[in-house]
Write a protein that binds this ligand. Structure first.
Ligand code: ATR
Length: 277
C-alpha cells in the first residue's frame, strides 16, 4: 500500500517573489501541525496553461493566483464560481479529482471578513460606503459590499470612465462621483475604503481631503505597506475605527487553506507577525 500523498499548493504569478502567501501558509501548516507544502511558482505567460495542466499530476491540489494572471486564468478554468464571474477574476484555483480546474475569487470575502473582525458593530445594511479607486481590487470590494447589503456605494476614481464601467456592471446602487471632489463624498458615509495604490510604499501619497471623517466612521485601506497608511493615521486621530489592509490578505487565504489542507486556519496576532516578519 502506498502512503497518502502530501498535499502541495502554491501561488502562481510573474513575478511571485513579493508574495506573502508562502509565509502565511507555512505559518498555518506549522501552527496546525499539518503535512503539506505551499510553493511560490513563477510562471511565464506563454507557459501558463501547460504548467497549470501538469500541476495536479505533480500532487498539487490547488493554487492561489496573483498578478498578472487573475483575469487570464478565467479562460483556462473549466468551472467558475458565481463570485469570480461577477468580479471577472480569480485568485484561487482548485484542482478537482475529476481533473477539472475550478476558479474562485475570495478577495471580496477576505475584505468583508476583515471589516467584520475589525469593526464588530458594523451593520452593512445601515449606511453608505465610499470607495476610492476603480481597478481590480475595487471590483472585488464593490461586489462583496453589495452582496452583504450595503444600500449605496459612492464611487470615485481618477479615470472616471473606469468607475462608470463598474456602475454599469454592478447597477444603480453604485453612484459615480468626480475625483476632484473625492473628499466631499465621505460626509455621511458609514464606511470609507481606499482601493487605489496611493499611499503604498513607492507610490504617490493619498491626498484626498479627509476633513469630513467623523468619530465612529469605519475606515479601511487595502494598502498594507505601510501597515498604518496616512489615511488610517488621520482616521484614528479623528476617532474613526481604522482597519488595516493586512487582514484582507489573511482572510482571503482561509478558504483555500481549508480546502487544500483540511482545517480552517485561525487568524491571530501571531499570524500577522509571521506574515510581516
Ligand atoms: P488593482 O487591480 O490593484 O486595483 P489597478 O487596476 O492598476 O490595480 O488600479 C489601481 C487603482 O489606483 C486605480 O483606481 C487607479 O486609478 P486610475 O483608474 O485612474 O488609473 C488608482 N491610482 C493609481 N495611481 C493613482 C494616482 N496617481 N492618482 C489617483 N489614482 C491612482
Amino acid at each position: 500500500m502506498t502512503a497518502p500523498r502530501i498535499p502541495l499548493a502554491g501561488v502562481i504569478g510573474y513575478p511571485v517573489a513579493h508574495s506573502r502567501s508562502p509565509r502565511l501558509f507555512a505559518h498555518w501548516l506549522k501552527a496546525h501541525d499539518l503535512p503539506g507544502h505551499y510553493i511560490p511558482l513563477e510562471i511565464a505567460s506563454d507557459k501558463l496553461e501547460s504548467s497549470l495542466r501538469c500541476l495536479p499530476d505533480l500532487g498539487f491540489v490547488g493554487v492561489n493566483v496573483t498578478l498578472p494572471y487573475k483575469e487570464k486564468v478565467m479562460d483556462l478554468a473549466d468551472l467558475i464560481s458565481d463570485r469570480a464571474t461577477l468580479i471577472g477574476a480569480a485568485n484561487t484555483l482548485i484542482f478537482r479529482q475529476d481533473g477539472k480546474i475550478h476558479a474562485d475569487n475570495t478577495d471580496g470575502y477576505g475584505f468583508v471578513e476583515n471589516l467584520r473582525q475589525g469593526a464588530p458593530g458594523w451593520n452593512p445594511r445601515l449606511g453608505a460606503a465610499t470607495v476610492f479607486g476603480a481597478g481590480g481590487a475595487a471590483r472585488a470590494v464593490i461586489a462583496s459590499l453589495l452582496d452583504v447589503g450595503v444600500p449605496e456605494i459612492r464611487l470615485t476614481n481618477r479615470t472616471r470612465i473606469r468607475a462608470e464601467k463598474l456602475r454599469d456592471d454592478f447597477g444603480n446602487r453604485v453612484q459615480v462621483h468626480d475625483w476632484v471632489k473625492a473628499g466631499n463624498i465621505i460626509e455621511g458615509s458609514q464606511v470609507i475604503i481606499n482601493t487605489t495604490s496611493l499611499g503604498m510604499v513607492g507610490k504617490p501619497p493619498f491626498r484626498v481631503p479627509l476633513d469630513a471623517l467623523k468619530p465612529g466612521m469605519i475606515v479601511t485601506d487595502i494598502v498594507y505597506t505601510p501597515l498604518k497608511t496616512h489615511l488610517l493615521e488621520v482616521a484614528e486621530a479623528r476617532g474613526c475605527i481604522a482597519v488595516d489592509g493586512l487582514g484582507m490578505l489573511l482572510h482571503q487565504a482561509v478558504p483555500g487553506f481549508e480546502r487544500w489542507f483540511g482545517q480552517r486556519p485561525e487568524i491571530t496576532q501571531s499570524t500577522r507577525s509571521a506574515v510581516l516578519s
